[in-house]
Design a protein around this ligand. Sequence first.
Ligand code: PLP
Length: 374
Amino acid sequence: MISCLTTFPTNLRTLPSVDRRPSVHVGWRRRHRNPDTCAYRTKKQVTAESTEDDSYAGVAPYATNAPFVSALMAFAERDPAYFCFPGHNGGKAAPAMLSQLFGPDVFTYDSTPLPWIGNLFSSKGPLTASQKLAAEVFGSSETWFLVGGSSCGVMASIMATCSPGDFLVLPRNAHISATHAMVLSGAIPKYITPEYSSLWDVAGGVTPSQVETAIEELKEAGKRAAAVLITSPTYQGICCKIDETTKLCHSHGVPVIVDEAHGAHFKFDPRLPMTALEQGADLVVQSTHKVLSSLSQSSMLHMSGHRVDRERVRRCLEALQSTSSSYLLLASLDAARAQLSENPGAILGKAMEMADLARLRIGRIAGLSILDAS
Ligand SMILES: Cc1ncc(COP(=O)(O)O)c(C=O)c1O
């Protein structure tokens, strides 16, 4: 069995070889040595002995609650020899200072995308299975893993809903990625100025009536909102009335994107606000790395319903993301989701208790006040 990469250098295409695919000879010598005679089996012999299991390169993809992590572990256990990128060659060519900093193991898992494990644009394999599990846990119809943070998710959501010249309703204090998305998509902003508390010196959320006014103002000018973007919670933790806003927008046929970068944990404790998906949003972006436990830069984009063209979202993500998406980041998303589906109460319960205690103690310090939920 020979494993191959999805891409191959053009110069190899000119070679008159039978199998021109550049190979990742995954521990070839070790795996294909006859234990009795110590002789290496020929490629022909090995091919003849191949089983169906070889389509997954011997990886047991669904052995654990984290299919992507388990596939990656199985891959590493095979002690692969690398004839492909990344150039650190499984750590052998890594800068010594980096090996000291990270330890050697991390390089084994930092593999190039492998066909049987998948990449962000695959439609089967452990990575796809992992994204499906995330969709189940977070309650979406489809979930995409992101390696460019929520910035990438916000941009893809806007690009998937707004064409050049379309209007996007959004708060003035939306994240910078929304501005970048308008540059890329050619969408025109219809800004809402959120409420501002001079007492706390923080901006609030946008209200349903502000959104309605924006949609109506566009209508009166003979224009139409292509999408509404809401940030909830804000960086300071202020949430909007998403359910009312989505009902209102949907009655006008307008999809709602929620930048829930700071609210990926909402689903996992009843004391927290309802999630944007539970409140009817069409596209929801969450920074799994901010409030859950995945590695920095790893996020998720969730979709619900059929108001947004799924294929267009997928294509926008393809345009924005790397074809060499980091397996480390993707594994961390798979693991973060598995951690939550196994024991959500235990993880967030403790954090909530600690937050309550911190609030109580800070509130007792003269000169400090606590911004509460009311
Ligand atoms: C409200 C909001 N949305 C989106 C982002 C972008 O998230 P990321 O850093 O995951 O790209 C941020 C970052 O801080 C944010 O505060």
